[in-house]
Ligand binder design. Structure first.
Ligand SMILES: CC(C)(COP(=O)(O)OP(=O)(O)OC[C@H]1O[C@@H](n2cnc3c(N)ncnc32)[C@H](O)[C@@H]1OP(=O)(O)O)[C@@H](O)C(=O)NCCC(=O)NCCS
Length: 143
């Protein structure tokens, strides 16, 4: 599995497997913007883009995994875990945060296996489905 920064040539492949992008122009725009700002990383197997993840620093200036999405046909094969491990290595700040809905148990289990810790929750984003915040301390000082 190759892990690398996405280029604009990857955008169509990502949009094709991200089911939200199929019906939401804003998601397509988000993917393009994140690629342009070099925040989007992809996992590639045999020249096929099988997952993407977005790392930026918008969460109170800390590393922030804003998105993780694995091609449905390539789930439960370690792709999501490898993408997160890759972002842990890439992250420039001592602390790395992410969040997921309370209803998203696959993501919660994945984060637990990678030793992310719970760090509170945010209500009133998705109705009746709080956003659980997770964090991992990567190092003691900024890189
Ligand atoms: C959540 C998601 C990224 C997981 O990606 P993945 O490549 O399937 O994850 P991995 O194969 O690395 O799984 C690692 C571990 O996480 C847990 N896990 C992942 N998916 C799971 C599921 N559907 N049910 C239960 N546990 C799950 C398991 O412990 C798994 O280890 P195992 O397969 O050895 O049991 C993927 O399901 C996805 O893209 N979902 C849609 C988008 C999304 O919800 N993104 C996260 C919120 S932003």
């Amino acid at each position: 599995m190759e892990l690398r920064i996405a280029t604009i040539a990857d955008a169509d492949a990502i949009v094709a497997f991200d089911h939200v992008a199929a019906s939401d122009r804003a998601r397509v725009q988000f993917i393009h913007e994140q690629i342009k700002s070099s925040a989007c990383h992809v996992a590639v197997i045999d020249a096929t883009v099988v997952g993407y993840a977005v790392l930026n620093y918008k969460f109170y200036d800390n590393g922030w995994i804003e998105m993780l999405y694995v091609h449905p046909q390539f789930r439960r094969q370690g792709v999501g875990s490898e993408l997160i491990r890759h972002l842990v290595n890439e992250c420039r700040t001592p602390k790395l945060f992410t969040s997921t809905n309370q209803s998203n148990s696959p993501m919660q289990r994945l984060l637990a296996t990678l030793e992310f810790k719970r760090s509170g929750f945010i209500e009133n984003l998705d109705e009746g489905d709080p956003e659980l915040v997770y964090f991992k301390r990567i190092r003691d000082h900024a890189a």
